[in-house]
Ligand binder design. Structure first.
Ligand code: BGC
Length: 755
């Protein structure tokens, strides 16, 4: 079947299949067969079952059993197992409401691994809880997404964790640990160099080896090593002339991290079974259902050696291992039933709502707060004007919008999304709230609010005049922050520029001229331009896509129930050209070209090509190298309190460094202590001025001081040697820099990782 058709079938309808696979061996294995024994180690169970399978069944296990499912071999007691999109929570198909958590970029902005692991566990519980075992049980979630924000324009940046490989890897590992703790398999994606939407299904990407190793592959390496991630999804794109799912170079790189899990294709990304299996992929995603003729043909191809038998065998083993890890053979055990019942109880539970609200609060980044403008005392505020297109805009599918309009893979069906307008009305009462969208992203011309029916829409300048506090809710929506649907060159793809959507810059200026007490709250997946209006307002909060409790969290922050404690997972540049991939002077660097060096259109299958000329100079690494002053640095975020970071002790040989962190203000708050390494030029290779190696989050009462210790390893200092084609540790002393953003690192120590 054509990839496009497969895509439509899997992605758009999310079908499962109920067609049973005809048994090829009469009779089921005995009830006491070791693989059925949930108390045995998984490897023993895999060994036992492998020995009982026919070649056709082994082939069968290398393909999905439906658009969004796997498993389904009744003879061996393997039920069909449902797969759900995506990184922001289970996208149920057919629609069932789940808790709408903030999107992944917000998790990154918390810089809090424990909190993000709790989110992963909650996402896993919601995944399982949405479908009873008697239905088709759900045990796989298609996330986390771990591509890097090489450019702020990448349309799926909201599904990822920002620009830095260590932050991304740690966050992805935390999500994986959380999901896996409730036997839901992650499918970490998209492996690899799938960092944009433009031409993603026809694009051949290349980059310097050093950038691949140090940046783009690193999150997957971290998740493999720190979370033992169970499954990874190959990208749609090609790398160096081979589709990701067909590329032995790419798939074996993943295996070299000690990864023992399944390698799924993206939906339709498995273009050719022989090439995919020989290339090391293990499972074709999104099929029309069981296909005995295909299984017979494939078994024959393995016997004939057309498909490497070792690769085929390994693929089946890995897929089985994943099914055992998910508990697919243990659904009838009492332990699994109890776990399932707990998951069903936790679906949309008050605990999950509270967690979503906490994440929204702790991910919001306060970028500007002149004269401690925030927080405002609620009792002193007579009237608040909620102005701007995001005051009353849904970002989930709660209003019946199709997934294409709500981010696609990252879209969510929910029954609760509290907009900022609804939250302020709930908190203050209707009489103290004025509403003025100015213009709308959708529903242009509507005269009242959607989330608070009957609430009249005013003129924004008039609303600003009548209020003593203005909350301007702006930014973007999922018409720009979204997965691009379809095959080939689909336009528009990534965001066209850093601009806010619609005439917001002018609207903010007009509103601020009428009333200077303006807080701008931005909903966005990545940096946007603030240059035209930032000087006109006293306070700016970036809330990302804050989920179903986002409006309430915003009110919590504005009125000081909580202090914002998010930190930027991006460097926030001033102009697009600040990002190296946008100033390389050639479009081959971004987004790529449809033509060859002679200007001729590229033939199929790789009809677009791209080279990452920016190499390792991505994010703050690039801003540092080219001396570009960002508006706000990576890792930055203000608080309602203040903190001091001072050296405590350092052991340069043991690579152990401690700092004292003190809350020097009058309110409780959370500080994110960041530890960067700086390496000397080695083997003639230039090194970044600094690179994030570790971070820790501490919550402190006013006046409280805590010791924060970082235990680094020599590998935190390694670099990819271009000459040796291997990792190396610098032979000269390095430096360790500790502080609270990439631009504020007051503690500096020596490090001797080579000793
Ligand atoms: C996306 C994946 C997604 C899959 C299944 C693809 O188009 O790239 O991220 O998980 O569809 O819906």
């Amino acid at each position: 079947m054509l990839p496009g058709a497969l895509l439509a079938q899997g992605m758009a309808t999310g079908t499962v299949s109920r067609v049973a696979h005809p048994a090829t061996i009469a009779g089921a294995p005995p009830a006491d067969a070791p693989y059925r024994d949930a108390t045995l180690p998984i490897e023993a169970r895999v060994d036992d079952l492998m020995a009982r399978l026919t070649d056709e069944e082994k082939a069968r296990l290398r393909h999905a059993s439906g658009g969004m499912s796997s498993g389904l071999i009744p003879r061996i007691g393997l039920p069909e197992i449902r797969t759900l999109d995506g990184p922001n929570g289970p996208r149920t198909e057919p629609a069932r409401p789940v808790t709408y958590f903030p999107t992944a970029i917000a998790y990154a902005a918390t810089w809090d691994e424990a909190l993000v692991e709790a989110v992963g566990r909650a996402l896993g519980r919601e995944t399982r809880g949405a479908y009873a075992v008697a239905d088709v049980p759900a045990r796989m979630l298609l996330g986390p997404g771990a591509n890097l924000a090489r450019s702020p324009l990448g349309a799926r940046n909201f599904e990822y964790f920002g620009e830095d490989p260590v932050l991304t890897g740690k966050m992805a590992a935390a999500i994986c640990r959380g999901l896996q703790s409730v036997k839901v398999s992650p499918c970490m994606k998209h492996w690899v160099l799938n960092d944009q939407e433009w031409a993603r299904t026809i694009l051949d990407v290349d980059c310097p080896e050093r950038a691949l190793r140090e940046l783009y592959a690193r999150p997957f390496e971290i998740a493999a090593k720190e979370a033992g991630v169970w499954a990874v999804m190959g990208g749609y794109n090609a790398v160096r002339g081979h589709w990701c799912s067909h590329s032995a170079e790419i798939n074996d790189l993943l295996r070299s991290f000690g990864f023992d899990g399944a390698i799924y294709s993206d939906w339709g990304g498995w273009r050719d079974t022989v090439k995919a299996l020989n290339g090391g992929a293990t499972l074709e995603s999104g099929t029309a259902g069981p296909d005995p003729a295909r299984d017979r043909r494939e078994a024959e191809q393995v016997r004939a050696g057309l498909i490497d038998p070792e690769r085929a065998h390994d693929a089946t083993r890995r897929n089985l291992r994943n099914l055992f890890r998910m508990g697919a053979f243990d659904l009838a055990t009492e332990a699994d039933k109890a776990e399932q019942a707990a998951c069903e109880r936790s679906l949309r539970s008050p605990e999950h709502r509270a967690l979503a609200r906490r994440v929204a609060r702790e991910s919001a980044v306060l970028l500007k707060n002149d004269g401690a403008f925030l927080p405002r005392a609620e009792k002193d505020v007579r009237k608040v004007a909620l102005i701007g297109p995001n005051a009353d805009q849904y970002h989930s599918m709660i209003d019946g919008s199709p997934l294409e309009r709500r981010g696609a893979s990252g879209a969510i069906h929910t029954d609760r999304e509290v907009t900022p307008l609804a939250a302020f009305v709930e908190r203050l009462g209707r009489d103290r709230v004025l509403f003025a969208p100015g213009f709308r992203f959708e529903n242009e011309g509507r005269k009242d609010a959607i989330s608070v029916p009957g609430m009249p829409a005013m003129d924004p300048v008039e609303a600003a005049r009548q209020a003593d506090l203005v909350i301007f809710c702006g930014g973007l929506d999922h018409s720009l922050d979204r997965e691009v649907q379809g095959w080939g060159l689909v336009l528009p793809a990534d965001r066209p520029s850093l601009a806010l959507k619609g005439p917001q810059a002018e609207l903010i200026r007009r509103v601020a001229a009428a009333n200077p007490n303006v807080v701008v709250a931005l909903t966005t997946g990545a940096p946007v331009s603030v240059e035209e209006w930032i000087d006109a307002i006293p306070a700016l909060l970036v809330t990302w896509y804050p989920g179903g409790e986002g409006g309430l969290a915003l009110a919590d922050l504005v009125f000081g129930d909580a202090s914002p404690s998010g930190r930027l997972p991006y460097t926030w540049g001033r102009r697009l050209e600040d990002w190296p991939c946008h100033s390389m002077g050639e479009s081959l660097a971004w987004p790529g070209l449809l033509t060859d060096a002679k200007g001729e259109r590229l033939p199929k299958p790789f009809q677009a090509r791209q080279y990452y000329h920016d190499g390792i100079w991505v994010g703050y690494r690039g801003f540092d190298r080219y001396g570009r002053q960002p508006r706000w640095p990576f890792g930055f975020g203000l608080s309602y309190t203040t903190f001091a970071i001072a050296p405590a002790h350092a052991d340069p040989d043991a690579l152990r460094y401690a700092v004292k962190v003190r809350n020097t203000g009058a309110r409780p708050g959370r500080q994110v202590v960041q530890c960067y390494v700086s390496k000397p030029e080695s083997e003639g290779q230039e090194m970044p001025a600094k690179e994030l190696a570790a971070f820790k989050s501490v919550t402190l009462a006013p006046g409280e001081e805590r010791l924060v210790t970082f235990d680094l390893r020599p590998n935190d200092f390694r670099y990819w040697s271009e000459a040796a084609g291997a990792w190396r540790i610098p032979q000269a002393p390095c430096a360790v820099l500790i502080g609270d953003s990439a631009a504020n690192l007051p503690v500096r120590h020596e490090a001797r990782p080579h000793k």
